[in-house]
Ligand binder design. Structure first.
Ligand code: CA
Ligand code: CA
Length: 405
Protein backbone atom coordinates (compact mmCIF):
# COMPACT_ATOMS: atom_id res chain seq x y z
CA UNK A 1 0.00 0.00 0.00
CA UNK A 2 1.42 3.33 -0.96
CA UNK A 3 1.56 5.78 1.92
CA UNK A 4 0.17 9.19 1.06
CA UNK A 5 2.49 10.97 3.45
CA UNK A 6 1.93 14.35 1.84
CA UNK A 7 -1.73 14.15 2.66
CA UNK A 8 -0.92 13.16 6.19
CA UNK A 9 1.28 16.23 6.42
CA UNK A 10 -1.55 18.40 5.20
CA UNK A 11 -3.80 17.13 7.92
CA UNK A 12 -1.16 17.87 10.52
CA UNK A 13 -0.02 21.28 9.30
CA UNK A 14 -3.47 22.51 8.49
CA UNK A 15 -5.30 24.10 11.39
CA UNK A 16 -8.57 25.77 12.27
CA UNK A 17 -12.10 24.59 12.59
CA UNK A 18 -12.35 23.53 8.94
CA UNK A 19 -10.17 20.53 9.75
CA UNK A 20 -12.56 19.26 12.35
CA UNK A 21 -14.73 17.66 9.71
CA UNK A 22 -11.82 15.67 8.26
CA UNK A 23 -11.39 12.37 10.03
CA UNK A 24 -7.94 12.12 11.64
CA UNK A 25 -7.70 8.46 10.82
CA UNK A 26 -9.29 7.87 7.47
CA UNK A 27 -8.95 4.86 5.30
CA UNK A 28 -6.10 5.54 2.91
CA UNK A 29 -8.23 4.67 -0.12
CA UNK A 30 -10.82 7.24 1.01
CA UNK A 31 -8.12 9.89 1.30
CA UNK A 32 -6.84 9.06 -2.15
CA UNK A 33 -10.37 9.27 -3.59
CA UNK A 34 -10.93 12.56 -1.80
CA UNK A 35 -7.70 13.98 -3.21
CA UNK A 36 -8.93 13.31 -6.72
CA UNK A 37 -11.62 15.96 -6.16
CA UNK A 38 -9.41 18.60 -4.55
CA UNK A 39 -7.48 21.52 -5.94
CA UNK A 40 -4.82 23.63 -4.26
CA UNK A 41 -5.22 27.33 -4.82
CA UNK A 42 -2.78 30.14 -3.99
CA UNK A 43 -4.31 33.58 -3.60
CA UNK A 44 -2.68 36.82 -4.64
CA UNK A 45 -1.51 38.95 -1.67
CA UNK A 46 -4.30 40.85 0.01
CA UNK A 47 -7.07 38.92 -1.67
CA UNK A 48 -9.93 37.49 0.27
CA UNK A 49 -9.95 33.82 1.11
CA UNK A 50 -12.23 31.72 -0.98
CA UNK A 51 -15.29 30.79 0.95
CA UNK A 52 -15.15 27.28 -0.49
CA UNK A 53 -11.86 26.43 1.18
CA UNK A 54 -11.93 23.03 2.88
CA UNK A 55 -8.56 23.51 4.52
CA UNK A 56 -5.80 26.09 4.46
CA UNK A 57 -2.02 26.29 4.60
CA UNK A 58 -2.02 29.79 6.06
CA UNK A 59 1.74 30.40 6.20
CA UNK A 60 2.06 29.48 2.53
CA UNK A 61 -1.06 31.31 1.36
CA UNK A 62 -2.63 28.15 -0.09
CA UNK A 63 -6.11 26.77 0.24
CA UNK A 64 -7.49 23.34 -0.46
CA UNK A 65 -10.70 23.58 -2.44
CA UNK A 66 -13.18 20.78 -3.00
CA UNK A 67 -14.37 20.54 -6.56
CA UNK A 68 -17.62 19.22 -7.92
CA UNK A 69 -17.59 17.67 -11.35
CA UNK A 70 -14.71 17.78 -13.79
CA UNK A 71 -11.39 18.70 -12.22
CA UNK A 72 -9.85 20.20 -15.37
CA UNK A 73 -12.82 22.51 -15.91
CA UNK A 74 -12.65 23.67 -12.31
CA UNK A 75 -8.91 24.35 -12.57
CA UNK A 76 -9.40 26.30 -15.80
CA UNK A 77 -12.11 28.38 -14.13
CA UNK A 78 -9.94 29.10 -11.09
CA UNK A 79 -7.04 30.18 -13.32
CA UNK A 80 -9.28 32.90 -14.77
CA UNK A 81 -10.15 34.17 -11.30
CA UNK A 82 -8.23 37.47 -10.83
CA UNK A 83 -7.71 36.68 -7.13
CA UNK A 84 -5.87 33.44 -7.89
CA UNK A 85 -2.06 33.44 -8.27
CA UNK A 86 -1.63 29.70 -8.82
CA UNK A 87 -3.65 26.54 -8.93
CA UNK A 88 -2.76 22.88 -9.10
CA UNK A 89 -4.49 19.56 -8.60
CA UNK A 90 -4.01 17.70 -5.36
CA UNK A 91 -1.26 15.23 -6.24
CA UNK A 92 -0.44 12.09 -4.31
CA UNK A 93 3.08 11.48 -3.15
CA UNK A 94 4.10 7.89 -2.62
CA UNK A 95 7.00 5.84 -1.41
CA UNK A 96 9.27 4.69 -4.17
CA UNK A 97 9.02 1.10 -5.28
CA UNK A 98 11.62 -1.24 -3.84
CA UNK A 99 14.75 -1.23 -5.99
CA UNK A 100 14.96 -4.03 -8.51
CA UNK A 101 17.05 -6.93 -7.26
CA UNK A 102 20.66 -6.20 -8.03
CA UNK A 103 23.52 -8.64 -7.96
CA UNK A 104 22.74 -11.42 -5.51
CA UNK A 105 20.62 -9.20 -3.30
CA UNK A 106 18.54 -12.29 -2.72
CA UNK A 107 21.00 -13.98 -0.37
CA UNK A 108 23.28 -12.97 2.47
CA UNK A 109 26.24 -15.24 1.65
CA UNK A 110 29.18 -12.85 2.01
CA UNK A 111 31.50 -14.40 -0.59
CA UNK A 112 29.00 -14.37 -3.47
CA UNK A 113 30.70 -11.27 -4.94
CA UNK A 114 33.71 -13.52 -5.62
CA UNK A 115 31.55 -15.15 -8.29
CA UNK A 116 29.98 -11.90 -9.44
CA UNK A 117 31.38 -11.76 -12.98
CA UNK A 118 30.39 -15.36 -13.63
CA UNK A 119 26.91 -14.91 -12.23
CA UNK A 120 26.36 -11.72 -14.18
CA UNK A 121 27.35 -13.42 -17.44
CA UNK A 122 24.71 -16.10 -17.04
CA UNK A 123 22.11 -13.64 -15.62
CA UNK A 124 21.77 -15.69 -12.46
CA UNK A 125 20.27 -12.96 -10.25
CA UNK A 126 17.43 -12.48 -12.76
CA UNK A 127 16.96 -16.25 -12.97
CA UNK A 128 16.72 -16.38 -9.16
CA UNK A 129 13.82 -13.92 -9.32
CA UNK A 130 11.97 -16.77 -11.05
CA UNK A 131 13.25 -19.78 -9.08
CA UNK A 132 16.03 -20.82 -6.73
CA UNK A 133 15.34 -24.43 -7.65
CA UNK A 134 13.16 -27.12 -6.13
CA UNK A 135 14.38 -29.72 -3.59
CA UNK A 136 12.59 -32.30 -5.73
CA UNK A 137 15.09 -31.75 -8.52
CA UNK A 138 18.26 -33.75 -7.91
CA UNK A 139 21.55 -33.36 -9.76
CA UNK A 140 23.85 -36.37 -9.64
CA UNK A 141 27.50 -35.38 -9.41
CA UNK A 142 29.47 -38.33 -10.76
CA UNK A 143 32.90 -37.55 -9.44
CA UNK A 144 35.22 -38.18 -6.48
CA UNK A 145 32.45 -38.02 -3.85
CA UNK A 146 31.66 -35.12 -1.51
CA UNK A 147 32.62 -33.80 1.91
CA UNK A 148 29.26 -34.74 3.39
CA UNK A 149 30.06 -32.78 6.59
CA UNK A 150 30.68 -29.49 4.79
CA UNK A 151 28.51 -26.77 6.38
CA UNK A 152 27.52 -25.58 2.90
CA UNK A 153 26.10 -29.00 1.97
CA UNK A 154 23.91 -29.55 5.03
CA UNK A 155 20.43 -30.46 3.85
CA UNK A 156 21.57 -30.25 0.25
CA UNK A 157 22.48 -33.91 -0.31
CA UNK A 158 20.30 -36.90 -1.06
CA UNK A 159 21.74 -40.36 -0.36
CA UNK A 160 24.51 -41.26 -2.77
CA UNK A 161 26.67 -44.21 -3.67
CA UNK A 162 30.36 -45.01 -3.67
CA UNK A 163 30.93 -47.17 -6.73
CA UNK A 164 34.68 -47.26 -6.05
CA UNK A 165 34.31 -48.94 -2.65
CA UNK A 166 30.80 -50.31 -3.21
CA UNK A 167 29.16 -48.69 -0.21
CA UNK A 168 26.69 -45.94 0.63
CA UNK A 169 29.32 -43.44 1.77
CA UNK A 170 30.67 -41.50 -1.23
CA UNK A 171 33.27 -39.62 0.82
CA UNK A 172 35.50 -37.25 -1.14
CA UNK A 173 39.19 -38.09 -0.79
CA UNK A 174 40.22 -35.80 -3.66
CA UNK A 175 38.22 -32.49 -3.42
CA UNK A 176 37.06 -32.27 -7.07
CA UNK A 177 33.60 -33.70 -6.40
CA UNK A 178 32.96 -31.42 -3.42
CA UNK A 179 33.74 -28.36 -5.55
CA UNK A 180 31.40 -29.53 -8.32
CA UNK A 181 28.62 -30.20 -5.81
CA UNK A 182 29.05 -26.72 -4.29
CA UNK A 183 28.61 -25.06 -7.68
CA UNK A 184 25.19 -26.67 -7.97
CA UNK A 185 23.73 -26.50 -4.50
CA UNK A 186 25.93 -24.92 -1.80
CA UNK A 187 23.66 -23.70 0.98
CA UNK A 188 22.30 -20.21 0.32
CA UNK A 189 21.37 -17.48 2.75
CA UNK A 190 23.18 -19.03 5.74
CA UNK A 191 25.43 -16.02 6.25
CA UNK A 192 28.62 -17.78 5.20
CA UNK A 193 30.52 -18.48 2.01
CA UNK A 194 28.76 -18.87 -1.29
CA UNK A 195 25.51 -20.22 -2.67
CA UNK A 196 25.08 -22.87 -5.31
CA UNK A 197 23.66 -21.74 -8.61
CA UNK A 198 20.54 -23.84 -8.02
CA UNK A 199 20.57 -23.51 -4.23
CA UNK A 200 17.05 -24.87 -3.81
CA UNK A 201 17.91 -28.11 -5.61
CA UNK A 202 19.78 -31.08 -4.16
CA UNK A 203 22.86 -33.06 -5.10
CA UNK A 204 23.28 -36.83 -5.31
CA UNK A 205 26.95 -37.67 -4.79
CA UNK A 206 28.07 -40.69 -6.77
CA UNK A 207 31.73 -41.57 -6.38
CA UNK A 208 33.07 -43.06 -9.63
CA UNK A 209 36.67 -41.80 -9.36
CA UNK A 210 39.27 -42.71 -6.75
CA UNK A 211 41.43 -40.33 -4.72
CA UNK A 212 43.69 -39.81 -7.72
CA UNK A 213 40.64 -38.81 -9.79
CA UNK A 214 40.75 -41.99 -11.83
CA UNK A 215 38.24 -44.78 -12.38
CA UNK A 216 37.35 -47.40 -14.99
CA UNK A 217 34.42 -46.50 -17.21
CA UNK A 218 32.61 -49.48 -15.76
CA UNK A 219 32.31 -47.38 -12.57
CA UNK A 220 30.96 -44.42 -14.52
CA UNK A 221 28.41 -46.63 -16.27
CA UNK A 222 27.33 -48.15 -12.95
CA UNK A 223 27.13 -44.68 -11.42
CA UNK A 224 24.90 -43.35 -14.19
CA UNK A 225 22.48 -46.25 -13.83
CA UNK A 226 22.45 -45.90 -10.02
CA UNK A 227 21.73 -42.15 -10.30
CA UNK A 228 18.91 -42.72 -12.79
CA UNK A 229 17.37 -45.46 -10.65
CA UNK A 230 17.47 -43.22 -7.55
CA UNK A 231 15.74 -40.18 -8.97
CA UNK A 232 18.37 -37.87 -10.45
CA UNK A 233 17.10 -35.64 -13.28
CA UNK A 234 20.54 -34.43 -14.35
CA UNK A 235 23.91 -36.23 -14.37
CA UNK A 236 27.03 -34.04 -14.38
CA UNK A 237 30.27 -35.67 -15.46
CA UNK A 238 33.47 -33.64 -15.24
CA UNK A 239 35.80 -36.38 -16.46
CA UNK A 240 36.69 -38.25 -19.62
CA UNK A 241 38.46 -41.19 -21.14
CA UNK A 242 40.26 -41.07 -24.48
CA UNK A 243 38.60 -44.09 -26.05
CA UNK A 244 35.04 -44.76 -27.08
CA UNK A 245 33.09 -47.01 -24.78
CA UNK A 246 29.94 -48.94 -25.56
CA UNK A 247 29.21 -49.64 -21.89
CA UNK A 248 29.29 -45.90 -21.22
CA UNK A 249 27.07 -45.27 -24.25
CA UNK A 250 24.60 -47.87 -23.04
CA UNK A 251 24.44 -46.19 -19.63
CA UNK A 252 23.86 -42.80 -21.25
CA UNK A 253 21.15 -44.28 -23.46
CA UNK A 254 19.58 -45.73 -20.29
CA UNK A 255 19.60 -42.26 -18.72
CA UNK A 256 18.06 -40.65 -21.79
CA UNK A 257 15.38 -43.34 -21.97
CA UNK A 258 14.49 -42.32 -18.40
CA UNK A 259 14.38 -38.61 -19.26
CA UNK A 260 17.67 -37.84 -17.47
CA UNK A 261 19.98 -35.21 -18.97
CA UNK A 262 23.67 -36.17 -19.19
CA UNK A 263 26.19 -33.32 -19.20
CA UNK A 264 29.92 -33.83 -19.75
CA UNK A 265 33.02 -31.65 -19.82
CA UNK A 266 34.94 -31.37 -23.09
CA UNK A 267 38.33 -31.46 -21.32
CA UNK A 268 41.18 -29.01 -20.83
CA UNK A 269 43.56 -29.87 -23.67
CA UNK A 270 43.44 -26.56 -25.53
CA UNK A 271 43.17 -28.46 -28.81
CA UNK A 272 41.06 -31.14 -30.44
CA UNK A 273 41.13 -34.33 -28.38
CA UNK A 274 38.30 -36.81 -28.21
CA UNK A 275 37.08 -37.73 -24.76
CA UNK A 276 34.14 -39.84 -23.70
CA UNK A 277 31.45 -39.22 -22.40
CA UNK A 278 31.77 -35.78 -24.09
CA UNK A 279 31.81 -37.60 -27.45
CA UNK A 280 29.07 -40.05 -26.52
CA UNK A 281 25.81 -39.71 -28.43
CA UNK A 282 23.12 -37.69 -26.69
CA UNK A 283 25.40 -36.00 -24.15
CA UNK A 284 25.47 -32.24 -23.72
CA UNK A 285 29.21 -31.56 -24.20
CA UNK A 286 30.49 -28.42 -22.48
CA UNK A 287 33.36 -26.13 -23.31
CA UNK A 288 34.54 -23.38 -20.96
CA UNK A 289 34.55 -19.59 -21.12
CA UNK A 290 36.57 -17.02 -19.21
CA UNK A 291 34.91 -14.40 -17.00
CA UNK A 292 35.00 -11.97 -19.95
CA UNK A 293 33.12 -14.50 -22.13
CA UNK A 294 36.02 -15.43 -24.40
CA UNK A 295 36.15 -19.19 -25.02
CA UNK A 296 38.87 -20.43 -22.70
CA UNK A 297 42.18 -21.18 -24.42
CA UNK A 298 42.44 -24.39 -22.40
CA UNK A 299 39.10 -25.75 -23.54
CA UNK A 300 39.19 -28.91 -25.66
CA UNK A 301 37.67 -28.15 -29.03
CA UNK A 302 35.87 -30.23 -31.58
CA UNK A 303 32.84 -30.64 -33.81
CA UNK A 304 30.98 -32.40 -30.98
CA UNK A 305 30.96 -29.45 -28.57
CA UNK A 306 27.36 -28.42 -27.85
CA UNK A 307 27.77 -25.25 -25.82
CA UNK A 308 29.90 -23.58 -23.17
CA UNK A 309 29.66 -22.32 -19.60
CA UNK A 310 31.88 -20.29 -17.27
CA UNK A 311 34.91 -22.38 -16.35
CA UNK A 312 37.42 -19.93 -14.97
CA UNK A 313 37.81 -19.06 -11.29
CA UNK A 314 34.31 -20.19 -10.30
CA UNK A 315 34.25 -19.67 -6.53
CA UNK A 316 32.89 -22.72 -4.73
CA UNK A 317 33.47 -24.99 -1.76
CA UNK A 318 36.25 -27.49 -1.07
CA UNK A 319 36.61 -30.13 1.65
CA UNK A 320 36.88 -29.02 5.27
CA UNK A 321 39.74 -31.48 5.83
CA UNK A 322 43.27 -31.39 4.50
CA UNK A 323 43.94 -33.05 1.16
CA UNK A 324 47.38 -33.13 -0.39
CA UNK A 325 47.39 -33.68 -4.11
CA UNK A 326 50.54 -35.42 -5.38
CA UNK A 327 50.72 -32.97 -8.31
CA UNK A 328 49.21 -29.75 -6.97
CA UNK A 329 50.08 -29.98 -3.28
CA UNK A 330 47.78 -28.88 -0.50
CA UNK A 331 44.19 -28.15 -1.58
CA UNK A 332 42.39 -25.05 -0.34
CA UNK A 333 40.34 -25.70 2.79
CA UNK A 334 36.60 -24.98 2.86
CA UNK A 335 36.42 -22.75 -0.23
CA UNK A 336 38.33 -22.41 -3.48
CA UNK A 337 38.40 -20.95 -6.96
CA UNK A 338 37.66 -23.80 -9.35
CA UNK A 339 38.61 -23.69 -13.04
CA UNK A 340 38.37 -25.82 -16.14
CA UNK A 341 35.61 -27.44 -18.15
CA UNK A 342 35.13 -29.37 -14.89
CA UNK A 343 33.37 -26.24 -13.62
CA UNK A 344 31.37 -25.73 -16.82
CA UNK A 345 29.46 -29.01 -16.41
CA UNK A 346 28.07 -28.36 -12.92
CA UNK A 347 27.32 -24.72 -13.84
CA UNK A 348 25.19 -26.01 -16.71
CA UNK A 349 23.74 -28.80 -14.58
CA UNK A 350 22.61 -26.15 -12.09
CA UNK A 351 20.94 -24.12 -14.84
CA UNK A 352 19.27 -27.30 -16.15
CA UNK A 353 18.03 -27.99 -12.60
CA UNK A 354 16.53 -24.49 -12.39
CA UNK A 355 14.67 -25.07 -15.66
CA UNK A 356 13.36 -28.46 -14.49
CA UNK A 357 12.27 -26.87 -11.19
CA UNK A 358 10.31 -24.31 -13.17
CA UNK A 359 9.00 -26.78 -15.79
CA UNK A 360 9.03 -30.27 -14.21
CA UNK A 361 7.49 -31.87 -17.29
CA UNK A 362 10.22 -30.74 -19.70
CA UNK A 363 11.80 -33.64 -21.57
CA UNK A 364 15.50 -34.37 -21.75
CA UNK A 365 15.44 -33.62 -25.48
CA UNK A 366 13.61 -30.32 -25.03
CA UNK A 367 15.87 -29.33 -22.14
CA UNK A 368 19.02 -29.89 -24.18
CA UNK A 369 17.60 -27.84 -27.02
CA UNK A 370 16.49 -25.11 -24.60
CA UNK A 371 19.92 -24.79 -23.00
CA UNK A 372 21.66 -24.64 -26.37
CA UNK A 373 19.30 -22.26 -28.15
CA UNK A 374 19.00 -19.80 -25.26
CA UNK A 375 22.78 -19.54 -24.87
CA UNK A 376 24.56 -16.32 -25.80
CA UNK A 377 26.82 -16.52 -28.83
CA UNK A 378 30.46 -15.99 -27.82
CA UNK A 379 33.79 -16.45 -29.59
CA UNK A 380 33.60 -16.66 -33.37
CA UNK A 381 30.13 -15.64 -34.65
CA UNK A 382 27.64 -18.50 -34.65
CA UNK A 383 28.46 -22.06 -33.65
CA UNK A 384 32.18 -22.50 -33.10
CA UNK A 385 34.52 -25.31 -32.14
CA UNK A 386 35.28 -23.99 -28.64
CA UNK A 387 31.90 -22.81 -27.36
CA UNK A 388 29.40 -24.58 -29.61
CA UNK A 389 26.10 -22.68 -29.75
CA UNK A 390 27.19 -20.29 -27.02
CA UNK A 391 27.59 -19.67 -23.30
CA UNK A 392 24.73 -20.81 -21.06
CA UNK A 393 22.29 -18.11 -19.88
CA UNK A 394 20.15 -19.07 -16.87
CA UNK A 395 17.58 -16.31 -17.28
CA UNK A 396 17.06 -16.92 -20.98
CA UNK A 397 16.81 -20.68 -20.40
CA UNK A 398 13.97 -20.00 -17.95
CA UNK A 399 12.12 -17.47 -20.05
CA UNK A 400 12.58 -18.31 -23.73
CA UNK A 401 11.15 -21.26 -25.60
CA UNK A 402 12.83 -21.38 -28.99
CA UNK A 403 11.47 -23.81 -31.52
CA UNK A 404 13.70 -26.47 -33.06
CA UNK A 405 15.80 -25.30 -35.95
CA1 CA B 1 26.41 -20.26 1.94
CA1 CA C 1 30.22 -18.48 -31.30
Amino acid sequence: MKTPWLLAALVVTGCGSQLAAIPRVAHADAIEAQAAQEVLVKLKPGRQALTRAARTLPKLGWQVVKVQGDLATAIAKLKQDPAVAAVEPQRLAHLFDQPKARFNLAFNDPDLPKRQKTDERIQLAKAWEITHGSPDVVVAILDTGVDEAHPELQGKLVPGYDVVNDNANPHDDHSHGTSCAGIVAALADNGVGVAGMAPGCRVMPVKVLNKRGVGPLEWAAKGIVWAVDHGARVVSMSFGEDAASQVLQDAIDYARAHNVLCIASMGNDGEEVKHWPACSTGVLALGATYEDDRPALFTTEGSWVCMAAPGSRVYTISPTYEIIDPMFGKRDLNYTYFSGTSASSPVTAAVAALVISHEPAITEVALKLRLRKTSDDVGDPGWDRQSGDGRVNAFRALTEKPSAR
